[in-house]
Design a protein around this ligand. Sequence first.
Ligand code: SF4
Length: 377
Amino acid sequence: MAGIYIHIPFCKNKCYYCNFYSVASSKHAEEFISALLKETELQKNYLESETIGTIYFGGGTPSLMDYETLMKIFDKIYQTFEVSADAEITLEANPDDLDKKKLGEIKALPVNRLSIGIQSFFEEDLKYLRRRHTASQAEASVKRSQDAGFENISIDLIYAIPTLTDGNWKTNLDIAFSLEVPHISSYGLTVEPSTALDMLIRKGKLKGVDEEQNARQFKFLMQQMKTNGFIQYEISNFCKEGSISRHNSNYWKGRKYLGLGPSAHSFNIDSRQWNKPDLLNYIASLAKGIVPFEKEILTTADKFNEYVMTSLRTMWGCDLKLIEKTFGADAASTMQKKAAKFIERNQMILAEEILYLTDEGKLFADGIASEMFLVEE
Ligand code: SF4
């Protein structure tokens, strides 16, 4: 089954570290929704009538949209595509949006999974990141969501924030476990070029990120997750048995998806395309009936590299039999040869012809994967 991603490009303000496409104003929200509905119609054949198994509202801040607006999007999607009766439907939400009224509205939508951008339960970290919610709102939003009847909840936590001591990182995880959410996504803070954070660090106004703190807190995260019965099914994603994010797993398993909205990406096995990250251009272009996208046809090397990069990050590992079947025996044996040095360093294991990263290897996942890449002549 395929997935649909909907990008809602509005935020109340820009967090310092944010590298997602969003604008800090909802001035053009109405025109955006008309454009989004138009794009949905224009893209109705992209997934070639495949049933939709997952829908994901990301952003930006989807929880800024009101009930009627979100319902309009749902109506259009249900009219245009065949959506499975047990589809996983996720909405990303900011803690400060989740009051009782809002949660009641979201509950009345077909949404059955919430992904809440907590990031930290400490005020100093939230200030460093320039999140707009407070520490107490963070905790209360999860409890309120549970009271509203949401069980399938994921929370995001960020480590390696310069203000986050090891002690507070432990407390953040303890609070997360005590809230009994079945899914946690956790990322090390990265300073992306041209973000406000990048600029503030360069100007000496904020402290930079420390690699050692990053590695230490990531190791601690993995340990604590294991101790508390969470499965690390992807490097940054942990869940209780049965609560894997089906939408994100589909990305990692190479299934088709359609992305709607500015900056959204789509994938149909042979090509990848992405809408330009420009709201006004998106609105103007769709008013003329044109989806403003760029497209890349994937070469064999692209497909191979993408499979290696994503599969190594997951608990399903990189399957040499599958590589042999899809890319040929030479590709599989080259891969095995390249893996030898990482196996020796205890960064990888090979079991039943599947390569997996060890916890030690997970610290260097991107570097290891790139050494395995196929380089096109
Ligand atoms: S709420 Fe999310 S999308 Fe919006 S600015 Fe913050 S990190 Fe970026």
